[in-house]
Design a protein. Structure first.
Length: 225
């Protein structure tokens, strides 16, 4: 069964509206909820939806394996690369949720001289086409969680290196409320950080670092007008 049913999608939209209403602490929730728009993919076709996605690499060699199978997007990149799929659509809002359900993350394939074999599945907000400005929330093959902000090419790890989950098919989410970014696990906040002056326009990307195999069940983007 897909992680995002129509009921869950509605719940996401409602919870997003509530989050937006509480964006400023102490401000009463308005009577009229903001309008929201939804975009997503359940990966239930035979091929990647070319109207929604494009293969994209912003570090290392492009290529690798990509297929839709058993209602999942299954990917494995090339060694020392950051490649996966990026939304063709560009979204514009500073109030949004981007979330995806992960069903599998494997360790990296062994390579000559390589010591670190930690695999990752990465949910990324891409604020430009080069990857120099992005927000990432990732699950590793060891079931740990990492949150990163990359601004003008400089990466900063945001978590305390103590986050993890034993859930079989976790849903990772990034919520933006102006300059505040919340990193979510199955609808619960894991941490929040203030990151100023990020653009309002963005695309979303799914990928795994290097040769890590990662499987995705579904994704959703919900934006407020």
């Amino acid at each position: 069964m897909k992680s995002f049913s129509r009921i869950v999608s509605l719940a996401v939209a409602v919870s997003l509206s509530a989050a937006f209403a509480l964006a400023q602490e102490g401000t009463p929730a308005p009577q009229r909820q903001p309008q929201v728009e939804q975009w997503g993919d359940d990966f239930d076709g035979k091929q990647l939806d070319a109207d929604k996605w494009e293969r994209f690499s912003f570090e290392g060699t492009s290529g690798g394996k990509l297929k839709l199978e058993a209602g999942e997007l299954r990917m494995r990149g090339m060694h020392a690369s950051r490649s996966g799929v990026r939304s063709k659509q560009s979204f514009t809002s500073d109030r949004f949720i981007f979330e995806g359900t992960i069903t599998k993350v494997e360790s990296l394939l062994p390579a000559p001289g390589q010591k670190d074999t930690l695999g990752t599945a990465v949910l990324a907000i891409m604020f430009d086409g080069s990857g120099r400005n992005r927000i990432e929330w990732m699950l590793t093959s060891e079931k740990t969680l990492e949150a990163w902000a990359v601004v003008d090419g400089a990466g900063e790890r945001l978590d305390n290196r103590k986050l993890g989950t034993k859930l079989k098919n976790p849903t990772l989410g990034i919520v933006r409320r102006g300059d505040e970014f919340l990193f979510m696990l199955n609808g619960q906040e894991g941490l929040s950080k203030t990151i100023k002056n990020m653009p309002r326009s963005f695309r979303v990307m799914l990928y795994g670092w290097s040769s890590a195999e990662n499987h995705w069940d579904s994704v959703r983007v919900v934006t407020a007008k």
